[in-house]
Design a protein around this ligand. Sequence first.
Ligand SMILES: NC(=O)c1ccc[n+]([C@@H]2O[C@H](COP(=O)([O-])OP(=O)(O)OC[C@H]3O[C@@H](n4cnc5c(N)ncnc54)[C@H](OP(=O)(O)O)[C@@H]3O)[C@@H](O)[C@H]2O)c1
Length: 252
Amino acid sequence: MFDLTGKGALVTGASGGIGAAVAKALHAQGANVAISGTRKEKLDALAKELGDRVHVLPCDLRDRAAVVKLAEEAEKTVGQVDILVNNAGITHDNLFMRMKDEEWDDVINVNLNSVFVLTRGILRGMMRRRYGRIVNIASISGVFGNPGQANYVAGNAFMEALAWHRRARGLPATAISWGAISDTGYLARNARVLKILERRIALRPMTAAQGFVKNQTPGGAVGAVEHPVGRHGNGHRSLPVFFVWCSIVSVR
Ligand SMILES: NC(=O)c1ccc[n+]([C@@H]2O[C@H](COP(=O)([O-])OP(=O)(O)OC[C@H]3O[C@@H](n4cnc5c(N)ncnc54)[C@H](OP(=O)(O)O)[C@@H]3O)[C@@H](O)[C@H]2O)c1
């Protein structure tokens, strides 16, 4: 694995399952890490567990002005943001015709608008320094679509598109489009939805550890970054930690 000593990272949704794992991984590699979310107590607990080189920056990503401020504060607190992990995400599923404005707006604000505003804010410094890594933690729903998730699909498709857009210009970025993870994150807390998804999209949920083993295969992990679906037959992108590493390696 590589050394991130002296690099600064910002991870959104670090109070959640995948975000916390990603923040721990980046920290373990030596990075200064800014962790964000709305639940300050969760972020404080993670910061305490990790020790030094961690900065807690609570932010409600539905609030555009707060997102602008988050980009500025992150730059100040970690020195410079070299790695941005857009991980925070929510679902408010409903059939398209029944979807309420609030369900649409909340998901679009957190999963799409905040990614746009935050990435734009952070990119200024990255462009000046001519160094930056953007990793979007997305969902397979953004690639295949998923009934009842028009809002969530739109957000995740944007994250994929943003990564493609940057790569098309020879700039480092990737989106990791997960299938269902069964032992960490929001689906692990919601067995009913996990079952429905399993039936509906015919993708077998995996534990993070299973994903890790699967992507140890030759060419697996880095290859999967280039081929969002299909290579592993289940749409998975492996253990978050491992894939963020691979993603950063592959876009270096
Ligand atoms: N778990 C899976 O199987 C799976 C599959 C595909 C894709 N994903 C994607 O992976 C990402 C992480 O998911 P997860 O499973 O780790 O979910 P999670 O445990 O529910 O964590 C979600 C994170 O998003 C943050 N968040 C939600 N609303 C926010 C807001 N208004 N402002 C700021 N932060 C907010 C939460 O912070 P607070 O609670 O502190 O507000 C939390 O840290 C999501 O984008 C999700 O779509 C997950």
